[in-house]
Design a protein around this ligand. Structure first.
Ligand SMILES: *Cc1c(COP(=O)(O)O)cnc(C)c1O
Length: 415
């Protein structure tokens, strides 16, 4: 008896050691590759050098740089200015000029500072600067989500039983090349008129089943502090509105927007959830972390809605790194959206197989906190549809067959 008790733990330990060695082996390819995936932190010196170059061009100070109004009024949208700040081949410059006549582009000096001088396939450049591919898209639609047909009141999109979107602006700090709402990005930047927002609020007041209101655009944080204070205050005063959410890319493209004054406003109206859109680990910078820290200090809960983009983050290791970097700055990965068939963005649309491969290499392989839900937006306003690798192989009345994260098949009895 006592011999057994002593020898068995030893056998268990041996088994566990063998298994641990196997698990270590499993993560090795990722660890070897991960060093070659740049992050905002690993590139901080390069970013500082680029910032100095841009400030020098505008004859501006670090104080200017940290002022989001300065960033907005100094957005780069002219190919000539761009060519002075980022090496472009003659061909690239012509391309940007040409595409810019059809699709608007602009980048904040901050986002420009994250772009690689030498790599035309840099994931930041690909998101911010137009390429010829945008003109060769006979596949995409203007409004694949049918937002036009799901608006019961001005500025509102309602597609679900208990929650809805208010569109407050068409402005953004930069115009993502993969933007799903590029049809709204006209020549002029406009916030929704106050009268229209009042009608939207009236609709919410009149429909008590609405418990979750998502303020987005455009970029919700491009509203002034004063307007946000008013709008959030109005929503806060509606008894059935349990939570408020803001959709914004400011932590990624304009982190200096997260000021103390803004945080004072946000702290007044809990609970507030902010979902942002980091798409590549290079975007997770010290500035982004500072912005996240401030928002969290104001009681805001942060989530990320990445878009799966071919050539930018469709590689499983890149997406895994992104989600791990986000957890480090306390931004919880929430969704990965399959890129939609929006006109002019076809070159970014990956295969669904790519998305499934990404998810397959997240679940089990890394923290569950780093595993978001992969979503395809069903056309014509059909709604968010979760897509996942298959883990349930079969199910009948008393037995299921499961496939584990490692690909082992296991029979599971059900009573
Ligand atoms: C995405 C979306 C929401 C929010 O959906 P969640 O799954 O709750 O994050 C709400 N309304 C509309 C119209 C949406 O597109």
């Amino acid at each position: 008896m006592s011999v057994q008790l002593q020898s068995r733990p030893e056998a268990f330990r041996q088994y566990a050691l063998r298994r641990a060695a196997e698990l270590k082996q499993m993560v090795t390819p990722y660890l070897e590759q991960t060093n070659t995936i740049p992050t905002g932190f690993s590139h901080s010196e390069m970013y500082e050098a680029r910032r100095a170059k841009i400030l020098n061009y505008f004859d501006a100070t670090l104080e200017d740089w940290d002022n989001w109004h300065w960033q907005m009024t100094h957005r780069i949208s002219d190919p000539h200015v761009l060519s002075l700040l980022l090496p472009l081949t003659a061909k690239q410059r012509v391309e940007i000029e040409r595409v810019g006549k059809t699709f608007r582009w602009a980048v904040s000096p901050y986002y420009l500072s994250l772009m690689d001088d030498n790599d035309p396939f840099d994931p930041i450049r690909l998101q911010g600067l137009p390429t010829h591919a945008e003109l060769f898209d006979d596949f995409g639609e203007e409004d694949p989500m049918g937002e036009g047909i799901t608006s019961p009141a001005p500025s509102i999109t309602r597609r679900y039983p208990d929650r809805l979107i208010i569109n407050v602006t068409n402005m953004c700090a930069m115009y993502c090349r993969h933007c799903q709402r590029r049809r709204n990005i006209g020549e002029t930047d406009t916030h929704s008129p106050r009268a229209q927002l009042k009608e939207a609020l009236e609709y919410i007041r009149a429909n008590p089943e609405i418990r979750d209101v998502l303020v987005t655009g455009g970029d919700a944080l491009l509203l002034s502090d004063l307007t946000l204070d008013w709008l959030l205050g109005e929503l806060h005063a509606i008894p059935h509105v349990e939570i408020k959410r803001l959709g914004t890319r400011a932590p990624v493209t304009l982190p200096m927007r997260i000021t103390d004054e803004l945080c004072t406003v946000l702290a007044k109206y809990p609970p507030i959830y902010i979902n942002t859109q980091f798409n590549h680990p290079k975007e997770v910078t010290q500035d982004a972390k500072n912005a996240a820290d401030k928002l969290i200090g104001a009681g805001v809960v942060l989530g990320n809605q990445a878009v799966l983009l071919k050539g930018i983050n469709h590689q499983p290791h890149v997406m895994k790194k992104l989600n791990q970097e986000l957890l480090k700055i306390r931004v919880r990965p929430y969704y990965i959206f399959h890129a939609k068939n929006v006109k002019g963005t076809r070159h970014f649309v990956p295969r669904i197989q790519d998305g499934i491969a990404v998810m397959e290499q997240l679940r089990g392989h890394t923290s569950g906190l780093a595993v978001p839900t992969y979503i395809i937006n069903a056309p014509k306003g059909g709604g968010k549809t979760p897509i996942s690798p298959q883990y349930l192989v079969s199910l009948d009345n008393n037995k299921a067959v499961l496939r584990t994260w490692e690909g082992k098949y296991i029979e599971y009895e059900t009573p």
